[in-house]
Design a protein around this ligand. Structure first.
Ligand code: AMP
Length: 178
């Protein structure tokens, strides 16, 4: 049969149009199950556990939390609900480089990012993914009525994206075989 290949722009070339007048990808269903996916769908799946640290905790205490829970960022909150900031391993690395070992005794609020990008459960996952890519952070706290209820990491987003691609692949395979 005729070999077909996809060019960078997505056109099908080398396709035998006489024998296969309609190319596969034009008639393949365009929908993916991701459409309309919201933060609440992700949270329902992964749960609402969020590790927080108090503003006056030391960087050493922060290190324990990151290591113990195998996570990359902690929400800074004194009451476990109000978000004062966020601090990630990246902040520790950056400040260790500039401040040296004295950093270990410094309070977390000295190295946290206090302008936190947050989201609400009703937000779309696609928008969150764009924001994370654009602004280069890998963690976004989820607030409901202004209170911390969950956190979404880039890992959660990627997991969903992979699920999507698999669903789409299965859909296409079914289509090809029918
Ligand atoms: P991350 O990619 O999450 O390790 O974070 C990289 C940098 O962005 C660090 O300086 C964090 O303090 C900061 N950061 C992480 N998450 C957020 C967020 N949701 N809003 C604002 N800054 C953030």
């Amino acid at each position: 049969g005729t070999r077909a290949r996809l060019t960078a722009s997505g056109c099908r070339v080398g396709h035998d149009r006489a024998r296969h007048p309609v190319t596969l990808w034009r008639v393949a269903p365009a929908r993916t199950y991701r459409r309309g996916m919201r933060i609440s769908d992700v949270v329902r799946h992964k749960g609402g556990d969020v590790i927080t640290v108090r503003t006056d905790a030391s960087v050493t205490e922060l290190l324990s939390l990151l290591s113990e829970h195998r996570i990359g960022a902690v929400v800074v909150s004194d009451d476990g609900e109000t978000v004062h900031g966020i601090v990630s391993e990246r902040d520790i690395v950056r400040h260790l480089h500039t401040d040296g070992a004295a950093l270990l005794d410094a309070p977390v609020h000295q190295i946290m990012t206090s302008e936190v990008h947050t989201c609400v459960p009703e937000d779309s996952l696609d928008d969150l993914e764009s924001a994370m890519t654009e602004k280069r952070f890998r963690h976004v706290p989820v607030l409901s009525d202004g209170k911390l209820v969950a956190i979404v990491s880039i890992g959660d987003v990627v997991k969903n994206r992979i699920g999507d691609l698999q669903a789409e692949r299965d859909q296409l395979r079914t289509y090809i075989q029918s």
